[in-house]
Write a protein that binds this ligand. Structure first.
Ligand code: FAD
Length: 300
């Protein structure tokens, strides 16, 4: 299956390192907002001007060397400064493996603590993105420890896990982004069928909203979005209790129309040289995204 092929490719470390050297290629430039901080700030300003807030991801994964993890942390600290200096409406998303989770737990915790501490000075939120199941409990542990000191940190719950509702109940008092889930997981722990994933996704969203908690609903699925719109109306859930999120470059018209209808909208804005794994996961989710590749190739 194409999905498995692209997920496999996304985890290929050789191709990942090769891609870093060659800049944004293969259509990635349509879904990655540049390779440096001035470029990403420019993209954020454009989105902010259209009433859209942003969460910024300095792309990176497969980091097994301390110097690389430290340099990723330094770069994220610079992004925080740039967001603050430019007074743009944006916060941070990061992946624990980028700042050392595959090297050493405490090293990673200290790196994220530095980031959360700096963001906290500017009242800026930091989302710890959720990676594959192998990293799930460790990521929850990071959140547990960081939240003893800071309240500007949250994470993601992936609806494909059988235990997703249990996770959401455990972390209901945090700022939570709910997603379907982007990695390949086994049937022992995760739903495989799209229908089951979708219905669990809706269950989690409704549960969290009815619980009165702020909910980030991250999906490009117009059916789920329409369902949420009806659900909030029927249940008198105020618009300031939730936001829709989508990835940069996808369904741009829908992003704009939701923002102009008065819904809180946040675009996930990835940037940097380490675009390969992120881009392959997008192809895995929706092989039609290959159109992006074709367009770039033929527009040259
Ligand atoms: P899908 O289930 O892929 O698609 C459902 C339907 O929506 C399609 O059949 C089609 O009709 C429509 N559709 C979808 N995309 C398009 C498109 N581009 N154009 C037109 N129609 C479309 N995953 C994680 O595991 N961890 C994370 O931390 C994480 N963070 C995320 C943050 C954000 C902001 C977003 C949007 C996603 C994130 N994801 C994360 C990925 C997520 O788990 C899904 O893999 C991804 O969003 C694909 O699922 P979907 O709900 O968007 O729609």
């Amino acid at each position: 299956m194409l999905k498995d092929l692209f997920i496999g490719l996304s985890q290929n470390q050789f191709l990942n390192s090769a891609a870093k050297k060659y800049g944004l290629k293969m259509g990635a430039q349509s879904v990655v907002a540049g390779t440096n901080i001035p470029e990403v700030i420019k993209s954020i300003k454009e989105l902010n001007a259209q009433g859209i807030s942003c969460t910024v991801d300095n792309l990176g994964e497969f980091v097994f060397k301390e110097e690389e993890a430290t340099s990723a942390k330094e770069q994220i600290l610079k992004v925080i400064e740039a967001i603050h200096e430019n007074q743009v409406d944006a916060h941070i998303s990061l992946k624990p493996t980028q700042v050392g989770l595959d090297i050493d737990y405490t090293f990673c915790l200290n790196n994220i603590r530095d980031i959360v501490h700096q963001a906290n000075r500017y009242d800026m939120f930091v989302n710890i993105d959720m990676e594959d199941f192998k990293h799930l409990e460790l990521t929850f542990n990071l959140l547990d420890e960081l939240s003893l000191e800071y309240d500007n940190v949250g994470t993601v719950i992936q609806a494909y896990f059988h235990k997703a509702l249990e996770y959401l109940e455990r972390y209901q008092n945090y700022r939570i982004r709910i997603v379907k889930g982007a990695y390949k997981e086994s049937e022992e722990i995760a739903y495989q069928d799209k229908k089951d994933i979708d219905s669990n996704f809706i269950k989690l969203i409704e549960w969290h909203l009815l619980n009165g908690k702020f909910t980030s609903i991250a999906t490009h699925d117009h059916r789920i979005i329409n369902h949420v719109k009806e659900f909030v109306n029927q249940n008198n859930i105020p618009h300031n209790q939730f936001e829709f999120q989508m990835l940069y470059g996808f369904r741009k018209e829908l992003q704009l129309s939701l923002a102009s209808e008065g819904y809180n909208f946040c675009t996930y804005v990835p940037f940097g040289n380490d675009w390969y794994g992120y881009f392959m996961r997008r192809l895995a989710e929706r092989p039609q995204n290959l159109n992006l590749v074709a367009k770039q190739v033929f527009n040259k």
